[in-house]
Design a protein around this ligand. Sequence first.
Ligand code: 4NP
Length: 146
Amino acid sequence: MKSIIFVCLGNICRSPLAEAVAKEYARKNNLGLFIESAGTGDWHIGEAPCENSIKVAHQRGLDISSYKARQVTKEDFSAFDVVVGLDDSNVANLKALGCKNPLKLGDFGYNGEDVPDPYFFDGFEGFDKVFDMIESCVTQLLNERV
Ligand code: 4NP
């Protein structure tokens, strides 16, 4: 079975959405993938996703309320076939931790753009765009690479 892990900074806003979108796409298309997400930081280990990510996911028919944040480990780099950062700093952090070939999510249909970090957004505004970008890029990634 092929495996994929999405990595952002806190694992509470962006990468849980990527995980949920990928799991739903894999389920619908019988792809048989193992999918997880993680953060490079340790501040939110064990926490549920941020409220606004839970909300936007719910609006799109996905339930991420039971997800728990975890920190990425070096073991993940050998355990997962594909490691995907959500922005340039995630990719740089992954390389610094020893990940040899991280992909960047925005390279799949969004001209290499960063998925904006919504942690400091003012309320819910912006989460729809973040979701749209993640959904589009994850779908293209799974079509191209898996
Ligand atoms: P995420 O967002 O990387 O999309 O989960 C963030 C979550 C927490 C922090 C930064 C970004 N933080 O600084 O705690």
